[in-house]
Design a protein around this ligand. Structure first.
Ligand code: HGY
Ligand code: MN
Ligand code: MN
Length: 415
């Protein structure tokens, strides 16, 4: 039987998107609901209640993930897992991650309403803190579930010098128990995530659905440039050791690396901060935050060496010392071919046109791939925009995504 979500489902999705959007920081642009923030904390109870209203048994695990369980025929069978996140970037939108959580809740409800009893438990998860944050670490909840959150990660500090471990404790989570997550220790069958594309491809090609083939790897670095403080009015240009100029050269080097990527590759510098507050001092200490992404293993593995060499050389010419602190946010992860085939066959059975597509964004699916064969379903983003207030996906496209998710869950259950 072909599946099309009911009007009630669509109404609930629209009202859910609107209700969740209310939980935001009014002092920040767009829809800002960052991890550990008060708007985020307040939204968690709303999401848990939404899951309970959909007939799910809800727990919050030690990592702060909200987990709703729909019991299957055989609760001892490896569980099927779906979900995404509801935190946002600063100045973000209303759909990134949120569609995958609300859509999964509606999928669980639709299964019950259409009398479909799965052979195994279905777990619907709202993962804590998926967005890359001030600690430079994305996917906190799914990373913890996959036991990929290391104790040393808790020593990371934000721009104010606050440790990630303290942020967890202040939020009410025990930093020593973050990876003690029983639901993730049982055998898991498959993981499937519905998400907006966050790029222009599906819309440009007029396609309602994408079957994700791989998720990008992310390498990040913080560069610290040390020059010499001098009077901005009396120091000649050739006598300066200007840390800000060295940082500016590095920003351009990052950009040219991204522009030089052969297939898929991007490079972004997102923050430059000078220690000095005075407008009449040659900057002596400047920090710069950048990231490089690609699904092209060869290019991404080479970029670190190339960029380090270029930045060191440019800084040396300016008499500025530089230290680069590289970290891998996540490695490139391929979607399981079997799960991709199930998503494709589900789409075909619903007469939904689709195409295979890599993801330039990272997702909780990266870490869930360590626990079960994973796949992702993409739906279009208007004008390819995301991580900004203009982020938008039409309800009709969400409807298609939820229908494909329900059908995919049914077919994965039978594997
Ligand atoms: O950064 C990302 O790609 C994701 O949106 N967190
Ligand atoms: Mn996301
Ligand atoms: Mn995001």
């Amino acid at each position: 039987m072909l599946h099309t979500p009911s009007d009630e489902t669509i109404d609930r999705l629209e009202s859910g998107l609107a209700a969740l959007a209310e939980f935001r920081d009014p002092s920040r642009p767009g829809w800002t609901r960052e991890v550990f923030s008060e708007p985020y904390r307040a939204s968690r109870e709303w999401t848990a209640k939404r899951m309970r209203e959909a007939g799910l048994e809800v727990v919050v695990d030690n990592a702060g993930n909200i987990v709703g369980r729909l019991p299957g025929e055989d609760p001892s069978a490896p569980a099927l897992v779906t979900g995404s996140h509801t935190d946002t970037v600063d100045g973000g939108g209303r759909f990134d991650g949120i569609v995958g959580v609300l859509g999964a809740i509606e999928a669980a409800r639709e299964l019950q309403q259409t009398g479909t009893r799965l052979g195994r438990d279905l777990l619907v998860v709202d993962f804590l803190g998926e967005e890359s944050n001030a600690y430079g670490l994305s996917c906190l909840g799914s990373r913890a579930a996959a036991r990929e959150l290391a104790p040393e990660d808790l020593e990371r500090t934000d721009y104010r010098g606050v440790r990630l471990g303290k942020a967890y404790a202040d939020y009410g989570l025990d930093p020593s128990k973050l990876t003690e997550i029983p639901w993730a220790r049982r055998r898991l069958h498959r993981f499937i995530e519905l998400h907006i594309e966050q790029g222009p491809t599906l819309e440009k090609r007029g396609l309602p659905l994408g079957v994700v083939t791989a998720i990008t790897g992310i390498e990040r670095f913080i560069a610290t440039f040390t020059g010499s403080a001098d009077h901005a009015g009396t120091t000649s240009m050739e006598d300066r050791r200007d840390a800000m100029v060295a940082a500016a050269e590095a920003v351009l080097a990052v950009r040219s690396e991204g522009c030089g990527a052969p297939t898929h590759g991007v490079a972004t510098s997102t923050r430059v901060e000078s220690e000095s507050r005075s407008p009449n001092v040659v900057p002596s200490l400047v920090r710069m935050y950048s990231e490089v992404r690609s699904v092209d293993e060869y290019w991404l593995s080479g970029v670190k060496g190339r960029l380090t060499g270029e930045i060191l050389a440019k800084s040396a010419e300016l008499g500025v010392d530089v230290g680069l602190d590289w970290s891998t946010d996540n490695h490139i992860v391929k979607a399981d071919k079997g799960v991709q085939d199930v998503v494709a066959s589900a789409a075909d059975s619903l007469d939904i046109a689709w195409a295979p597509i890599p993801s330039g964004a990272t997702h909780d699916a990266v870490h869930m791939a360590s626990l079960a064969p994973m796949g992702m379903i993409f739906i279009p983003s208007k004008d390819g925009k995301s991580h900004c207030p203009e982020e938008w996906t039409d309800t009709a496209d969400i409807e298609v995504g939820v229908g494909a998710l329900v059908q995919t869950i049914k077919e994965l259950d039978r594997l």
